[in-house]
Design a protein around this ligand. Structure first.
Ligand code: XBP
Ligand code: MG
Length: 244
């Protein structure tokens, strides 16, 4: 019979706001795509902070479109979907360029934890709302060409279309890891991310950032300013204490 307090076997990392402070680069890339398309939209920090409540770049554009046009859709659904898809494609290209130019770096403590957790025998996975090109651009830059060998499972927008706070991305990561939720620990930065992990039953440590510090993190194991100084032993201890 499975022990009530299973040991910690895997860490499941969120990407945006957790592995790296990416949202400023995302915001600039959205604005670049809007300008390129001749749209008189500009997402400043306060507006983008609110828009981040909507997970997913395409969903965020469509949400803002509805806010701007209200019940006057201006264009039919099909054309709107195509417009959103194209804007997001241009935004993703701009984001990849920014990352390649060195505008985005892993957050303090992240690289050390990835390496130390691997040495400690913990399995690593990713559960994110973002798109595969963004993950590859960031981790290729930070971990090198073989970044994907560091993560046994990567669940993202292409595999889990039901975005956080829906638990799909975490449930699918658990299935592919063949682990129980209680044998894992999620690392997140937002209320949507925490809600998704908890809905999948995964204990969660939150690291806040400028875009999410105001979120409600009720139910998190720990809420930290960053992973600086946090090692695998610390996570194992918090996980065990929570399970106890
Ligand atoms: C956060 C998101 C993403 C990004 C933008 O993802 O909500 O949508 O803001 O990326 P995470 P896309 O789960 O990693 O925190 O434009 O590719 O969606
Ligand atoms: Mg995040």
């Amino acid at each position: 019979m499975a022990s009530p307090n299973p040991p910690l076997l895997a860490l499941i990392f969120d990407v945006d706001g957790t592995l790296a402070d990416t949202e400023e680069a995302h915001r600039a890339s959205f604005n670049e795509a809007f300008a390129e398309a001749g749209l008189d939209w500009h997402w400043d920090v306060p507006l983008y902070t609110r828009l981040l409540d909507v997970s997913g770049g395409k969903e965020r554009i469509a949400h803002h479109w509805a806010q701007v046009h209200g019940d006057r859709p201006a264009i039919d659904g099909g054309a709107l979907a195509e417009r959103v898809r194209h804007l997001h494609e241009r935004k993703t290209a701009a984001y990849e360029r920014r990352v390649a130019q060195g505008e985005v770096h892993l957050r303090p403590g992240v690289l050390g934890l990835i390496e130390e957790a691997t040495r400690a025998g913990l399995r690593l996975a990713i559960a994110t709302t973002t798109s595969p090109p963004n993950i590859a651009a960031l981790l290729r830059q930070a971990l090198g060409a073989h970044w994907a060998t560091r993560f046994e499972v990567v669940e993202d927008a292409s595999t889990a279309p039901r975005k956080k706070p829906h638990p799909q991305v975490y449930r699918q990561a658990l299935e592919r890891l063949r682990l129980r939720a209680a044998e894992c620990l999620a690392l997140e930065d937002s209320a949507n991310g925490l809600a998704a992990a908890r809905a999948a039953g995964v204990p969660t440590v939150v690291t806040t950032n400028d875009y999410t510090a105001h979120h409600d993190f009720t139910g998190a194991l720990r809420v930290l300013p960053s992973l600086h100084g946090v090692d695998a032993g610390q996570l194992v201890a918090w996980h065990a204490a929570a399970a106890g």
